[in-house]
Design a protein around this ligand. Structure first.
Ligand code: ZN
Length: 168
């Protein structure tokens, strides 16, 4: 009986717990550690000055804010950084994004963002996304998927591609 009631509790969303900054809705221990490491020790958490592109994004469902700044040079993401605040998923995802796309050609960065978004929407994707796979577990908590995709939609907007807004 105890196991059954635990299983039921997991499906019964507690909105307060779901949106507390420290709540990390990923069951896998290794993946959760990867996420918490980025949350506690964010990479590239600073503004790029001067920036070629600046995008401010927010997720009112959870109170997440991300300011993404980047500098482009010869079709490459020469420098990228973020500032922001919010839950562990939103901030870790932004940190992982900056790590992943720094130095990439803009087309490759956009492709990675699209693949990440496909992963979060449960659609087929071409490649294993390395550490980014850690965020796939968030799919089990639909209200938190926007936390994970916030920075990636900002990146697509910065690169001139339609983000979440254009997709409805
Ligand atoms: Zn969030």
């Amino acid at each position: 009986m105890a196991a059954a009631s635990l299983a039921l509790r997991r499906l019964d969303y507690d909105e307060t717990a779901m949106t507390s900054p420290a709540f990390t809705p990923v069951d896998d221990d290794l993946y959760r550690e990867i996420i918490l490491d980025h949350y506690r020790n964010p990479r590239r958490k600073r503004a790029v000055i001067p920036a070629d592109r600046t995008v401010a994004a927010n997720n009112p469902l959870c109170g997440d804010e991300i300011d993404l700044t980047l500098r482009l040079s010869d079709g490459v993401v020469a420098d990228i950084g973020f500032e922001g605040r919010g839950c562990s998923i939103s901030q870790a995802s932004a940190s992982m994004l900056c790590d992943a796309v720094s130095g990439l050609e803009t087309a490759s960065a956009a492709q990675l963002a699209r693949e990440f978004r496909s992963m979060m929407q449960g659609e087929p994707r071409g490649a294993d996304l390395g550490d980014l796979e850690a965020l796939a577990g968030v799919r089990a908590y639909p209200v938190r998927v926007k936390c994970a995709t916030l920075a990636w939609n900002a990146l697509l907007e910065a690169l001139g591609e339609p983000g979440e807004a254009a997709r409805g």
